[in-house]
Design a binder for this molecule. Structure first.
Ligand code: UDP
Length: 408
């Protein structure tokens, strides 16, 4: 259903959406139903928070309450929460679709709720895999176009075979567009059987203010130690590979590390394993576990190097772009989208995944000769500013939303 808006309201988003004026002199813009299964903010939800910014007055349907709901309310969206709140954590990415059987009643109820909300909108925009599966059926039931913003790499490292098949078949049948953040994610979708013509790559975009103070003052304020310091800023999860950095550190005496992030999706045993590993390697006094933080950019500016040690392919890796914007050298594993973001090694160092020895060698080289990397770090910041800004992402997404509604 198209909401008719006064011209003043439209003018707020005219640069983004190319929406047209209605003959009455009033303007029409589509209403979007954004759907997310989780209420927790990881990268995909931070992207959604920024993506909805031009769509005030649209609706978000969330399976559960939480920090995402708070952030979207702050953006002027109508928030609808599922009647029975659930992030469907029992449905694991590597599990057989048969594991959904006991939840069929709940899934059906969620689908009906999404369909009801979709009836009041022009287009459905699913921001997660679980949201997509249910939105596909709901959107079809009420005849609305569906966009899937696929924030994952659809490969065997991240999803079971049956789930991959189910997702791509449903996408081929029912999605007007599949938006992915990188060529790596596009390739994985197509390799899993997804139709290439559905896919559009829209790199994640974000804006960060750099703190003008030098790293030493930031460290003093943040209570961080002096001397060589590296940081890893991913959420705590086995595939993010924090253990590889700990192993690398064991061979680099005098180097300290901050581990920033928390196990957001139930990876508590891996978090405990990291602390045990640090103790077993005799590194408890050199590794600081800082937990989930809301001052990542400042922390990044305070370290000498940001390490991104994912062991499985990264669909994007916002933290890479944040480090580039912070003006800090980056070492990342050469898997998934890292090479795309860093332009090969033009703006960062790439090492093979699961190789603490190679990571240690790269750290040693960089920390031993920081001046040699200053120009590269400047290039990284320039690249991030020119390619990965929030407004470019918002424009690209808005174009795709309008195209799906049939307005371009
Ligand atoms: N992040 C944060 N606090 C933390 C750890 C991470 O705010 O303690 C943010 C980080 O700055 C980045 C996002 O979480 O913006 C993670 O996004 P990314 O794409 O790197 O990884 P994801 O978690 O989506 O796989």
């Amino acid at each position: 259903m198209t909401e008719v808006l006064p011209d003043e309201a439209l003018s707020e988003r005219e640069p983004i959406g190319r929406a047209r004026s209605a003959p009455s002199g009033r303007a029409a813009r589509p209403r979007v139903l954004f759907v997310s299964h989780t209420g927790t903010m990881s990268g995909a939800e931070l992207v959604l928070r920024d993506a909805v910014q031009p769509w005030t007055g649209s609706t978000a349907f969330l399976f559960e309450d939480g920090t995402l709901a708070e952030a979207l309310r702050g953006q002027g969206l109508e928030i609808r929460l599922a009647h029975r709140r659930t992030a469907l954590t029992a449905l694991r990415r590597d599990a057989s679709p048969l594991s959904a059987l006991p939840l069929l009643g709940r899934l059906g109820a969620l689908m009906v709720e999404i369909a009801r909300a979709a009836r009041r909108c022009d287009v459905v925009y699913a921001n997660s895999q679980k949201a997509f599966l249910l939105s596909a059926l709901a959107a079809r039931a009420v005849g609305r176009p569906l966009i899937w913003h696929l924030h994952d790499i659809l490969d065997s490292a991240h999803f079971g075979r049956a789930q991959r098949i189910l997702q791509v078949r449903l996408a081929n049948l029912s999605a007007a567009r599949v938006i992915v953040p990188s060529e790596a994610a596009a390739r994985a979708f197509v390799s899993a059987g997804g139709r290439r013509s559905l896919v559009r790559v829209v790199p994640n975009g974000l804006d960060l203010e750099r703190d003008p103070r030098p790293a030493a003052s930031l460290r003093a304020e943040l209570g961080l130690p002096a001397g060589p310091l590296v940081g890893v800023f991913s959420r705590i999860a086995p595939w993010k590979g924090q253990d590889v950095l700990i192993d690398a550190l064991a061979t680099l005496p005098g180097l300290r590390c901050i581990v920033v992030g928390a196990p957001l999706f139930g990876e508590d045993s891996y978090a405990a394993h990291l602390r045990d590993l640090a103790a077993a390697r005799g590194l408890s006094d050199r590794i600081l576990f800082l937990g989930q933080r809301d001052d990542v950019p400042r922390l990044m500016q305070a370290v000498d190097v940001v390490v991104h040690p994912s062991v499985d392919p990264e669909p994007f890796g916002r933290t890479l772009v944040e480090a580039m914007l912070a003006g800090v050298p980056v070492i990342a594993t050469d898997t998934g989208a890292s090479a795309e973001i860093l332009d090969g090694e033009a703006t960062g160092t790439l090492v093979p995944p699961r190789r603490p020895d190679r990571l240690a060698a790269a750290l040693s080289e960089l920390l031993g000769n920081p001046d040699a990397y200053a120009a590269r770090t400047d290039r990284a910041r320039a690249r991030a500013l020119s390619r990965y800004g929030a407004s470019r992402m918002q424009h690209d997404l808005a174009d795709l939303i309008l195209e799906a509604v049939g307005r371009t």
